[in-house]
Design a protein around this ligand. Structure first.
Ligand SMILES: Nc1ncnc2c1ncn2[C@@H]1O[C@H](COP(=O)(O)OP(=O)(O)OP(=O)(O)O)[C@@H](O)[C@H]1O
Ligand SMILES: [Mg+2]
Length: 412
C-alpha cells in the first residue's frame, strides 16, 4: 500500500526503463509523470549489469520527480523475459469448521497449499490466480465461501520468476532508493490498459513484443488462462539484420526502425537502401526486399512460438477477441496482417480506446503500455476493484477522454 498518494509504475525492460506516475484526484487517476531512459543493463529481460540498471532507474526517477514536483519513494515494478514461468497448481485442505461451512481462512489455506505444493525451491511466486474450486469433488462456479463440505480443493494458475531474477530486481529497486509496492508480470499490467472486460470474457491474448523477449497472457471468461515468455524479441531482428547485411548494430537498428516490414511480397526488388545514409563509413547498397526477408523470418519464428502457446491451452484459432499486440517490437509494417494469416485470429495493435484528437506521441507509444498499466494495477490494489476511478492525463492533456474510456471499460 503506497505511503503517499502517488501511484508509481516502473518498467525495467531490456532496452529501456520507463516510469509512470499517477495520482488519484476525486475518483480520477491523473498521469502526472511519464518518462523513459535507454539502457543496456539487461540481457534478454534479465538484469545482468546492476550498476547500469540502477543508474537508468535513478535517471528516469529524476525525470518523473521533476514532472511531479515531489520525490518518488516507492513503486510497482514489472518483470518479464525467460526468468518467468507459469504452471497450473492444485491445493487441497480439510474444511476447518466442525459444521463444514467454508470461510475465508479455508480459502486462504487452500491457496497456500497450492502454492507450497507447486512452487519449486529456486523460484519466487509473483501471482497465483485461482481458476476453480471444488467442494467434496464438486466443481463450484464461484467463490466457495459459505458453502458446506469436508474437503476444499483449488485449481490455480501460478506465475513465478527465478529467485535470482527476483533478487536482482529487488536489489535494483532498493539501490535506487525505492521501496517495492509489488512485482507484476509485465503483460498483466499492459492488459489493464489495452484490453477491456468484454474482450477478456470472450477470449483474448495480449502479446508484448519487447526487445529481449515476447511475453503474453491469455484470458477467457474473464480469467487468466495462460501466461508465457518466449525467448525472442525485436533485438533479435536487429541482430539478424546486422549479420545478414554485414553492418553494425546501430545501422541495423536504424534500418529496422525505418524499413522494418514483414510484407516481403509487396516490396519491389528495385527498392534499394544506401547504407551510407545511415553511416558514412558504409558504402554497400542493399534491397528493401532483403531486409523484409530477414525481418519476416524472425517474425515467423515468433508467430510459430505463439501458435504453440495457443495450442497449449486449446485456443489455436479460437479466441474471438483475437490477439492484441504491444511493445516496441509490435511497430513493424504488416505485423497484424501476418498474425491474422498465421494465427487465424483477429489481430490488432493495442491502443487505448481513442475518441479525441491532439494525442501525444509519447503516451500512444507501445513502449509505455506496461508502465501506465502498472499505475492502473496500483490503483486497483489501492482502491479496490470497484473503485470508480477515471483516468486523466493531466498536463499530458488532449487525450484525457480517451483514457477515461479505457479505464471505464477496465473497471466496469
Ligand atoms: N518502429 C519500430 N519498428 C520496429 N521495432 C521497433 C520500433 N520501435 C521500437 N522497436 C523495437 O522495440 C524494442 C523495444 O521495445 P520495448 O521498449 O517494448 O522493449 P523492452 O521493454 O525494453 O524489452 P523487454 O520487454 O523485452 O524486456 C527495441 O528492440 C526496438 O528496436
Ligand atoms: Mg517490455
Amino acid at each position: 500500500m503506497p505511503r503517499d498518494n502517488l501511484l508509481v509504475g516502473l518498467d525495467i525492460g531490456t532496452s529501456k526503463v520507463a516510469a509512470c506516475v499517477g495520482v488519484i484526484n476525486e475518483n480520477e487517476i491523473q498521469i502526472v509523470g511519464l518518462s523513459a531512459v535507454a539502457h543496456s543493463g539487461l540481457r534478454k529481460g534479465v538484469i545482468t549489469d546492476l550498476e547500469e540498471t540502477v543508474s537508468a532507474v535513478s535517471q528516469v526517477l529524476e525525470d518523473v520527480e521533476r514532472m511531479v514536483g515531489s520525490p518518488i519513494t516507492h513503486c510497482y515494478v514489472s518483470v518479464a523475459g525467460p526468468s518467468i514461468e507459469s504452471f497450473p497448481a492444485k491445493g487441497v485442505v480439510a474444511v476447518s469448521k466442525p459444521n463444514g461451512e467454508i470461510d475465508h481462512s479455508d480459502v486462504e489455506r487452500v491457496i497456500d497449499a497450492a502454492r507450497t505444493a507447486t512452487l519449486p525451491q529456486n523460484r519466487e511466486l509473483l501471482h497465483l490466480f485461482p481458476e476453480r474450486y471444488f467442494v467434496d469433488g464438486q466443481n463450484q462456479e464461484r467463490d466457495p465461501v459459505g458453502m458446506n463440505g469436508i474437503r476444499l480443493e483449488v485449481e490455480a494458475l501460478l506465475i513465478s520468476a527465478t529467485a535470482a531474477a527476483s533478487r536482482n530486481l529487488t536489489k535494483t529497486i532498493y539501490q535506487a532508493g525505492l521501496e517495492l509496492d509489488g512485482v507484476v508480470f509485465g503483460p498483466l499490467a499492459s492488459a489493464k490498459l489495452l484490453t477491456n472486460k468484454k474482450q477478456r470474457e470472450s477470449g483474448v491474448a495480449l502479446v508484448d513484443i519487447g526487445a529481449g523477449s515476447t511475453d503474453l497472457v491469455i484470458y477467457e471468461e474473464g480469467q487468466l488462462i495462460h501466461a508465457a515468455s518466449l525467448p525472442v524479441g525485436s533485438m533479435h531482428i536487429t541482430n539478424d539484420i546486422a549479420i545478414g547485411l554485414r553492418t553494425n548494430l546501430d545501422v541495423a537498428e536504424a534500418i529496422k526502425l525505418r524499413y522494418g516490414s514483414v510484407l516481403k511480397e509487396k516490396i519491389r526488388e528495385s527498392e534499394t537502401i544506401n547504407l551510407s545514409s545511415f553511416d558514412p563509413g558504409e558504402s554497400d547498397k542493399v534491397t528493401r526486399k532483403q531486409v523484409a526477408e530477414i525481418v519476416d523470418a524472425r517474425a515467423a519464428e515468433i508467430f510459430h512460438l505463439l501458435k504453440e502457446e495457443l495450442q497449449k491451452v486449446g485456443k489455436d484459432g479460437l479466441l474471438p477477441a483475437g490477439v492484441i499486440f504491444t511493445g516496441g517490437g509490435s511497430d513493424l509494417e504488416g505485423l497484424t496482417e501476418l498474425a491474422r494469416s498465421t494465427l487465424r485470429l483477429p489481430a490488432t495493435i493495442g491502443f487505448p480506446v481513442v475518441t479525441v484528437s491532439g494525442m501525444i506521441d509519447k503516451i500512444d507509444s507501445p513502449i509505455y503500455a506496461t508502465s501506465v498499466g502498472l499505475v492502473l494495477w496500483a490503483s486497483e490494489e489501492t482502491g479496490g476493484k470497484d473503485a470508480p476511478w477515471r483516468l486523466d492525463l493531466g498536463k499530458f492533456g488532449g487525450v484525457v477522454d480517451r483514457f477515461r474510456g479505457i479505464f471505464k471499460n477496465f473497471t466496469n
